[in-house]
Design a protein. Structure first.
Lengths: 292, 424
């Protein structure tokens, strides 16, 4: 029983980190229909901000987190203006963004490698490798703090989307871009801000990732498939769905790793991706696609 | 008369141009994983190769010719590595090649280089199966095939650990990777087979751990890429109660993740042995948790090997100084090994006076323990498979942030091994 509880805790701990990593990806797709393959490399960018803050000045990654979010959000604004804005009305916009963001990911990876080298990094605040023990059960403090911060940020985002005037505009744009525009919503501004928030969330997630996982510029290729499986399972564009999927899949993967074998734990995410596309392509919380 | 003079002048110009072409730089190609999973080691390999070539050129080059290194990034991808070596040979018309990093990349590359009759010096690619394919002119520049790396761990336990306090149980966890699988095969005593036809390459039973009276109570693999559940794995290791933890990681990054996870779950083994972790990045990522961890190595800065570069004595102290001047950091084995590869090819070209790969291969194959290649990794002579003869792995141990050299004890001065490890 204790063993089962321990595995559940470790799964939930990992899920908290994945939730924030996937939330920005989901938001950007929901509002703008951009399949942002560059999202994970932006997480790496945020991790570097936290790493250098910690290494040079000893600043805790949790303190650096808002700075990483702001820096990456600014990068998001620039990227939107340069890469995505003028193509937003194209009929094949979503398809185009797959290729565009793939290229952006490669360019950012190269830039990070040139600036910081391709060597691995990890920040090491004391809590990153500590744990709270209750009898034989332990809760890893690094993942615990990352999970709590992650849920606080996502809750704040949800409140912003639900109750703020700009949040209404974002949700309206998510539901029907043309209708929102007809009702006076500046969809271009909404898209730019949404993209910036999404990339800013990647920066915040990066600060958390910096002490949970070691990272280097090319590491993002390992995360894209995992994050996509979370977003697809949750329902493309549904932040709540992404959070639920992150916890669900991380817990399942933890049990698979413990009882079937570590080799298979990563497969859990991909298997879920296949199954959900066959059984419920709109995901757990997504809308059923309209028939043409 | 004028026409004859013009023809003579043209002929002279043509002959001069031909002579210049002949005396152009020696071109050497290396496909390295500068990005992707092996990028950390790949970058360091480039530094090692480039430093060696720069020093050779400063000393006047090889046979009075400067040397040019052509490096391509294979993104840690075997198919790209194959394509790049074919391009080096067929398009760039290189005179020689240096090997790439990792068994995963080396295995397919070896076939291409053998087909093109190129000498294949391998800096990192220790899986035994690479050397049982019948390739000629393949030469490995680490102590022995990875399957035999566990012999050093066995000898360390037999000679440096008090007999009444030895570990009796082990957890062996490994990346599902060519290199890690090879070391695991030696430790567990399994059979190594040829991937092409399933034939038995080597039967390693009963395995080094059983030979030293250690029972394996936990054995697990993680996937080659994308594994994140380190805490779960570390918890399972701890629950097994193993007194020896063997972590066969494919990269230093995995070694960092595993060590940090073992610290988090508060595992308390007597001894920890990792297959990767000599790098400065490992020390930075693990801090004092690394204390007491054993890592096998092919090179140590304190090993007083007498080597040669362009006919002049060149030891590890000179290598360390030159590396620090060039890159501003202390070298580790991932830079030292490619440097040794470069030294050996230089010695072969100097001795034979040519870049003809057939002659280079003959010369390298003819090395003996009495007349070896002399590198900063020590002496090298190879058996018919291309594996070094009589060359034990060095065993190092992290203590107080310093990678100390602890085994073998009968060759040169070593530090005292700390034991038991206890917690992280």
């Amino acid at each position: 029983m204790a063993h089962t509880l321990q595995i559940l805790i470790l799964g939930l701990a990992l899920g908290g980190v994945f939730a924030l990593m996937g939330a920005g990806l989901s938001l950007v797709f929901g509002v703008m229909r951009i399949v942002n393959l560059a999202h994970p490399v932006m997480i790496i960018g945020g991790a570097y901000v936290a790493y250098w803050g910690f290494r040079l000045w000893g600043v805790d990654p949790l303190v650096t987190l808002p700075i990483a979010a702001v820096i990456l959000a600014a990068v998001g604004v620039i990227l939107y203006k340069v890469v995505f804005e003028k193509e937003a009305k194209a009929a094949t916009y979503s398809e185009m963004t797959v290729l565009l963001t793939f290229a952006v990911a490669m360019i950012i990876e190269g830039a990070l490698g040139t600036a910081f080298s391709n060597t691995q990094r990890v920040t090491s605040p004391d809590y990153a490798t500590d744990a709270i023990f209750i009898g034989d059960i332990f809760i890893p403090t690094g993942q615990l703090y990352a999970g709590i911060v992650s849920l606080v940020i996502i809750s704040g985002l949800a409140l912003f989307l639900k109750y703020s005037r700009f949040g209404y505009a974002i949700r309206a744009t998510t539901q029907n871009r043309d209708a929102a525009s007809l009702l006076g919503v500046n969809v271009n501004l909404v898209s730019m801000v949404s993209f910036a928030i999404g990339v800013g969330l990647a920066g915040a997630a990066g600060a958390l990732v910096s002490f949970v996982f070691s990272f280097f510029p090319a590491k993002h290729w390992e995360w894209i498939a995992i994050l996509m499986s979370l977003v697809v399972l949750g329902g493309m564009g549904s932040i709540l769905g992404t959070v639920v999927a992150a916890f669900l899949l991380s817990v399942i993967a933890a049990f698979v790793g413990a009882y079937v074998g570590a080799t298979w734990s990563t497969m859990t995410f991909f298997l879920a991706l296949f199954l959900i596309l066959i059984v419920r392509p709109q995901g757990l919380f997504g809308d059923k696609p309209e028939l043409a | 008369m004028t026409r004859i003079a013009l023809l003579a002048a043209a002929a002279a110009v043509a002959m001069t141009a031909g002579a210049v072409a002949q005396e152009g730089p020696i071109k050497i190609g290396a496909s390295l994983p500068l990005t992707g999973n092996f990028s950390i080691a790949g970058q360091k390999h480039r530094q090692g190769y480039q430093l060696c070539i720069d020093l050779i050129n400063e000393k006047g080059g090889i046979n009075a010719r400067q040397v040019e290194l052509i490096v391509s990034d294979n993104r840690s991808d075997p198919a790209t590595a194959i394509n790049q070596y074919e391009r080096f040979i067929n398009v760039d018309d290189v005179d020689a090649v240096y090997g790439t990093f990792s068994s995963r990349l080396t295995f397919p590359v070896a076939s291409i280089l053998a087909k093109n009759n190129m000498v294949h010096p391998v800096p990192a690619g220790g899986a035994l199966r690479i050397y049982t394919q019948g390739h000629k002119n393949i030469f490995y520049f680490q102590p022995n095939a990875a399957e035999y790396a566990g012999a050093s761990l066995k000898e360390v336990i037999e000679t440096l650990v008090p007999a009444d306090n030895r570990p009796t149980t082990a957890a062996v966890v490994a990346a599902d990777d060519f290199f890690a699988n090879a070391i695991e095969a030696g430790l567990l005593g399994t059979t190594v087979t040829d991937p092409a036809d399933g034939s038995v390459v080597a039967d390693l039973s009963p395995g080094y751990l059983e030979q030293v009276g250690i029972e394996v109570v936990f054995n697990e693999k993680w996937p080659e890429e994308g594994f994140n559940d380190w805490l779960n794995l570390a918890n399972s290791i701890k629950q097994s109660g193993a007194e020896l933890i063997v972590g066969l990681t494919a990269s230093a990054e995995e070694a960092v993740q595993l060590t940090r996870a073992l610290k988090t779950v508060r595992a308390t083994p007597k001894l920890v042995y990792l297959s990767q972790g000599t790098q400065a990045e490992f020390a930075e990522g693990t801090g004092s948790s690394a204390d007491g961890i054993l890592v096998h190595s092919s090179w140590h800065i304190d090993a007083p090997f007498q080597s040669v570069l362009v006919g002049e004595p060149f030891g590890n102290p000179e290598f360390a100084v030159a590396f620090k001047e060039a890159y501003g950091e202390v070298p580790d084995e991932d830079s030292a090994i490619p440097f040794a590869v470069c030294q050996a090819i230089e010695q072969a070209m100097t001795a034979t006076g040519t870049t003809d790969n057939a002659k280079l291969g003959e010369w390298l194959s003819a090395r003996t323990n009495d007349d070896p290649v002399r590198t900063i990794l020590g002496r090298f002579a190879w058996d018919e498979r291309g594996l070094p003869v009589d060359k034990p792995h060095l065993m190092t141990q992290w203590n107080d942030g310093e990678l100390q050299f602890v085994f073998p004890t009968d060759e040169f001065k070593t530090s005292e091994m700390s034991y038991p490890k206890g917690g992280f």
